[in-house]
Design a protein around this ligand. Structure first.
Ligand SMILES: [Zn+2]
Length: 170
């Protein structure tokens, strides 16, 4: 099932919803389609709509507090642009900076993208113990970034340029 990115009336990314939910919001005139999947349409007895990739709410929704972006391995790889935090080569694994055996958790600040060689070499040690300094410090993505991280890589690359490059400094 495809996910649809939901923007606030102010164009700020809010969340992702299922394609069905997005279609319902559009049919109820609660949202408009900002970008559709080319060539794909939702067809039903009374419905013929482009499949929405990005919708925007017609009315501004006040977000009472900013949620922290949910952590995920895929999110860490996307945040670090699939670059190993230790050598800068292509990363396919996620390394715990402080190993889990030392109490390190699944958090944005304790995980970095890593190539499998470095992940294996670092093993059950901290960067200091392994003498493997981080090339850059991990950071917590903003909730808006997280919405983009939640999309599949292919979906992200198809977003409008202004959204794809939307980033908030940590
Ligand atoms: Zn590496």
């Amino acid at each position: 099932m495809r996910d649809t990115l939901v923007l606030n009336a102010s164009f700020e990314p809010l969340s992702t919803v299922s394609m069905n939910r997005a279609v319902v919001l559009v049919l109820q005139d609660k949202a408009v389609v900002e970008q559709a999947h080319p060539g794909l349409r939702v067809r039903g007895a009374t419905v013929d709509l482009p499949v929405p990739r990005v919708i925007r709410l017609c009315r501004y929704v006040r977000v009472p507090f900013r949620r922290q972006a949910p952590w995920s391995r895929r999110g860490v790889l996307v945040r670090d642009q699939h670059r190993c935090a230790y050598c800068g080569r292509r990363a396919t694994t996620v390394d715990h900076v402080v190993p889990r055996s030392h109490g390190g958790g699944d958090t944005w600040l304790n995980t970095v993208a890593s190539c499998s060689e470095d992940n294996h070499r670092k093993a059950d040690r901290t960067p200091e113990q392994a003498a493997m300094p981080l090339l850059h410090q991990p950071f917590v993505p903003s909730p808006a970034d997280a919405m983009l991280l939640g999309l599949r890589a292919g979906e992200r690359s198809e977003l409008p340029e202004w959204l794809r490059t939307a980033r908030t400094a940590a």
